[in-house]
Design a protein around this ligand. Structure first.
Ligand code: TYD
Ligand code: MG
Length: 453
């Protein structure tokens, strides 16, 4: 028999070392190494296949299962691909179990096979209470309270479900490793086991994963490489809406978002997120404007707010929520140097309303305008949206999908858009909305505030 090898693994990034280390050389975390015993597997045997010429490979029908929740289907790229493994991450209490219970209900509705919901975290009674609240009474959702991966797979082989949910991947373990559930080795081994099962049988599996304080999936960054699709369920505790974001998808576009609202009876789909994000907007105030951000294939209008006030300490504070802090620093520098606006003694706070996170630079121009608006105490017209990327020399650069953004603004009832001149030139056939193109921030400032400063 092969000798068992002793290794030490970093629990936050999966780095493997032959001896214990105090600090991980890869991710710099302290005291993160745990002993893991690995049983060398010998040479992998398996069926030997002949290679197939590319033009002879068959794609299949491209069939996908629908979960009955169109927001979720869209984030998945049009439904669940048979045999895929989907990781759903999110803070505790955000609604992961609720989402998957609803999705499994929708999935099992359409077919005669049942789904297997494995809860290693909650008792069956707890799940029943949740299902009751959601109004789900189904004989086609098989519940299993089990933490052993081998047992789960055996049962799955027996009942042949149409999908498996593991709630959560951090609490299941495999006998192949002696380390505790939740360690990197266990998570990796369990996910690979499920992956192998899914690929062989075509049964899709959903893995629920917890997120650490830093926002990464606990332990398994390693896991993101294994699975086909990674979805993050995000949202603010204080708000009822939740955003499901795809960060990796082998079967669809990434950056796609689905918007839900957590209601009394479970998650409800929000088909018009722009209206939701703008619903509490006040009119006639300085330091606020609306931008259009394209998330995946869908434009979303969001309000951007800025507050500029004299600093009470020597060091001015720059705080950004929902947008990259470095981007805001860059825009403040452009304001100062190119716009000639002194901000050195001012605190600047920027917030994207509604807990949404904007990742693309198209919000630059809007952020810059709200900062100036707050500083000058002049408001930006309420019926205008602003988008465009701002470069370091103060030029306003064109962005992708401009027409899509303008059409969304029109749909919500905005009457004018301030956009990069480069985009305006190429826009044809959009009527009933005033389109103003600007080449640099000076032109933008003049248009918005009607003065030369
Ligand atoms: P849950 O799905 O248990 O979260 P997770 O699995 O991500 O930890 O959701 C828990 C929260 O959702 C809890 O605070 C209660 C709330 N909730 C509702 O507001 N309405 C509902 O219908 C349900 C089922 C939960
Ligand atoms: Mg849960």
């Amino acid at each position: 028999m092969a000798k068992t090898k002793l290794t030490f693994q970093c629990q936050s990034c999966g780095y493997v070392s032959p001896k214990w280390l105090g600090k991980c050389p890869d991710c710099d975390s302290w005291n993160s190494f745990i002993e893991e015993r690995v049983q060398p597997r010998g040479l992998r045997s398996g069926s030997v296949q002949d290679p197939i010429p590319l033009d002879k490979v068959e794609i299949g029908e491209g069939f996908r299962y629908s979960t009955g929740i169109s927001e979720l289907d869209r984030v998945l790229g049009g439904g669940i691909v048979p045999g895929s493994v989907i990781l759903v991450g999110g803070d505790p209490g955000i609604g992961k179990s609720t989402l998957l219970l609803q999705a499994m209900h929708g999935l099992s509705n359409g077919q005669d096979r049942s789904v297997l919901y494995v809860s290693a975290e909650e008792s069956l009674a707890q799940i029943k209470v949740r299902a009751k609240r959601l109004g789900i009474e189904s004989s086609k959702i098989e519940l299993l309270s089990e933490t052993s991966l081998e047992n789960v797979i055996n049962i799955a082989k027996k009942i042949e479900p149409s999908a498996i949910v593991i709630d959560s991947i951090q609490t299941v373990y495999t006998d192949a490793l002696p380390s505790a559930p939740g360690s990197v080795g266990q998570i990796r081994e369990c996910s690979s086991g499920l992956m192998a099962f899914s690929k062989k049988t075509g049964v899709p599996s959903f893995l629920i994963g917890h997120v650490t304080k830093e926002g990464a999936l606990a332990g398994p960054r390693v896991l993101e490489h294994i699975v086909d699709t990674v979805l993050y369920f995000e949202g603010d505790r204080g708000h009822t809406y939740r955003v499901l974001r795809s960060v990796k998808n082998r079967f669809g576009s990434t950056n796609e978002i689905g918007v839900f609202e957590m209601a009394e009876k479970g998650l409800e789909e929000v088909n018009n997120p722009s209206a939701l994000f703008l619903s509490e907007r006040h009119e006639n105030i300085s330091g606020s404007s609306v931008t259009a951000s394209v998330e995946g294939t869908r434009p979303v209008l969001v309000e951007v707010q800025s507050l500029v006030s004299p600093t009470s300490f020597g060091m001015p504070r720059r705080t950004a929520l929902g947008i990259d802090q470095n981007r805001v620093s860059l825009l403040i520098a452009v304001c100062e140097k190119i716009g000639g606006v002194p901000l050195g003694t001012m605190d600047v706070f920027v917030n994207v309303v509604g807990g949404l996170r904007i990742v693309e630079p198209s919000a630059d121009l809007c952020v810059l305008m709200t900062i100036l608006s707050s500083l000058k105490e002049k408001n930006i017209k309420d019926d205008m949206i602003v988008f465009g990327e701002v470069g370091l020399t103060g030029e306003v650069r064109s962005v992708a999908n401009a027409e899509m953004r303008i059409n969304e603004a029109k749909k919500i009832g905005f009457r004018r858009v301030l956009i990069p001149e480069g985009n305006r030139k190429n826009i044809k056939g959009i009527t009933d909305i005033e389109i103003i193109g600007v080449r640099d921030i000076h032109e933008a400032i003049e248009t918005v505030f009607n003065d030369r400063s």
